[in-house]
Design a binder for this molecule. Structure first.
Ligand SMILES: C[S@@+](CC[C@H](N)C(=O)[O-])C[C@H]1O[C@@H](n2cnc3c(N)ncnc32)[C@H](O)[C@@H]1O
Length: 372
């Protein structure tokens, strides 16, 4: 069979010209010193080409709850096919694909859970996050249209506060996104508290704090800390359900309100913004930080925690995943820690710190202080 002629594209730079040359590729794939690199490069290109399919395999495994099905003992494609009303031959394809992405393991008695699959099951909220990706995938169906701003995205409906006034959140939407956030808060709180000590803080206000999941983690770590939860009324309505079982209802003041429409409450000597700034456009971020500055006392602390761009060293997790996710939300934007630091500086903050993150795909922290 004749090989399809490669596209004639003018490539600059010797290395790139060689990499693009079919003749060089053929030679490099046989030459002992370049053979391995060529194969790895090829595999990496293939992974980018097929990443969406891997995600769909993951989504199917999670939707059908197959990781849990096989957690205790291996199961056959027949048994799983029967349980989920899927032809065993097709089920076998899914299970084999699950093995290929490392989530399942082929065993004598069928398909079992791999260590990676077990780790996935152990991450709080991850399955819910994967499930809600079906909205995101639909928004990404035509990525060029999304980039041109020509898609009415489902994610902007999932996070309705990005457009609508807080009184206009459609029934039930606040509860859906709040539960998703609460479920996925554990790792964020863990990584935030690695870098932030609240030993000298008396009263912490968490703005956009959802139903209080971050405060619940902080409250457990600092038993004498006094806390304030500030979020939209439709969200704080669910706070008691989360704070009371955690034994924190008595020491958390819940204040419903919108940081776009209402004054922020005073009295806290530290304020946290966890996964809040990246939802909003620059003008909202700037005015929110100015308001935070205004209500903090001299020496008061600001803690920002959210996934941030790698800046000049783009990362897949933040510069591909979160950047497109925020784009689909419509008003959101993943910013680098330097950019966020600039916003803090502009608002008047000093001592701005940007510690090296532990897991940049989970969160990154920027802290700042109001001058004394
Ligand atoms: C992405 S969620 C993060 C929730 C929580 N901080 C966490 O990390 O789990 C953003 C939060 O900001 C809140 N929010 C959005 N716009 C707001 C506004 N104008 N005033 C107060 N809260 C707002 C939302 O209701 C939501 O709870």
């Amino acid at each position: 069979m004749n090989e399809v002629a490669p596209r004639r594209v003018k490539v600059s730079g010797l290395r790139n010209r060689l990499a693009a040359s079919r003749r060089f590729q053929r030679w490099a794939s046989k030459f002992p010193l370049t053979r391995r690199k060529t194969r790895t490069e090829g595999e990496q290109i293939f992974d980018i080409v097929s990443g969406f399919v891997y995600s769909q395999v993951l989504l199917a495994l999670v939707e059908l709850d197959i990781l849990a099905d096989v957690a205790a003992r291996p199961m056959t494609p027949e048994a799983l096919g029967d349980k989920h009303d899927i032809d065993p031959k097709r089920m076998k394809i899914l299970l084999h694909a699950g093995v290929s992405v490392g989530l399942l393991k082929l065993k004598k008695k069928g398909y079992g859970l791999s260590q990676r699959g077990a780790a996935l099951l152990g991450v709080p909220g991850l399955e819910a996050l994967i499930r809600h990706h079906s909205y995101f995938y639909r928004d990404l169906q035509d990525p060029v249209a999304l980039l041109r701003g020509k898609v009415e995205t489902e994610l902007s409906e999932f996070w309705p506060y990005v457009f609508e006034g807080p009184d206009a959140l459609p029934e039930g939407t606040a509860e859906t996104y709040t539960n998703l956030m609460a479920d996925s808060q554990a790792l964020i709180a863990e990584d935030t508290l690695r870098f932030v000590s609240l030993k000298n803080v008396k009263r912490l206000m968490d703005i956009g704090g959802g139903s209080g999941a971050f405060l619940a983690a902080v409250g457990r770590a600092y038993p004498s800390l006094n806390m304030v939860l500030f979020d939209l009324p439709a969200v704080t309505a669910h706070a008691r359900d989360h704070l009371e079982p955690a034994g924190l209802w008595g020491r958390t003041e819940v204040i419903p309100g919108s940081f776009r429409q209402n004054d922020l409450p005073e009295g806290a000597d530290a304020i946290s913004l966890v996964r809040v700034l990246y939802d909003h456009e620059d003008s909202t971020v700037q005015s929110l930080l100015a308001d935070v500055y205004a209500v903090l006392p001299p020496g008061g602390r600001l803690i920002i925690s959210e996934p941030m761009s790698g800046g000049d060293t783009p990362l897949r997790s933040t510069d591909a995943y979160f950047a497109l996710y925020c784009m689909a939300m419509q008003t959101g934007q993943v910013r680098s820690s330097d950019r966020i630091a600039e916003f803090c500086e502009k608002a008047g903050f000093v001592n701005i710190r940007k510690p090296k993150p532990f897991r940049p795909y989970v969160t990154r922290v920027v802290t700042a202080v109001k001058p004394i």
